[in-house]
Design a protein around this ligand. Structure first.
Ligand SMILES: [Zn+2]
Length: 95
C-alpha cells in the first residue's frame, strides 16, 4: 500500500477504487457490473473540466469518467494528503 500516487473513489458507489480492470481501477461494484453485464458501445475516457467537490482544505477534487453508451464510471481523485484516508463524508459537495 505504499507509494500509491492517489486515491480514487467511485462517485456512483462511494467506495474506494481498488479493483484492477482492463479499463483501470474501479470499485468492487463497478467491477462486478463490468464483468457480469459488460457495457455496450465505444468507451470514452476524459477528465471532467469542473471540480466535483472540494476537500475541507478547499483543494479541488476532479473526476475522471469512463463512459460507455449505457454505463459510466466516475472516479473522484482526491488530493494526495492525509485526508484521503478518511471517509468520503468529509468531502463537501460542490453543487
Ligand atoms: Zn462504482
Amino acid at each position: 500500500m505504499s507509494n500509491e500516487p492517489k486515491k480514487t473513489i467511485c462517485l456512483e458507489h462511494q467506495c474506494a477504487e481498488d479493483q484492477a480492470t482492463p479499463f483501470g481501477m474501479v470499485c468492487p461494484q463497478c467491477k462486478r457490473r463490468l464483468y457480469t453485464n459488460p457495457p455496450q458501445g465505444n468507451l470514452m475516457s476524459f477528465w471532467e473540466s469542473q471540480p466535483v467537490a472540494f476537500t475541507l482544505d478547499r483543494e479541488p477534487c476532479f473526476a475522471y469518467s469512463l463512459m460507455w453508451e449505457d454505463y459510466r464510471v466516475r472516479s473522484i481523485h482526491l488530493p494526495d494528503q492525509e485526508a484521503t484516508a478518511r471517509e468520503s463524508s468529509e468531502i463537501e459537495s460542490h453543487s
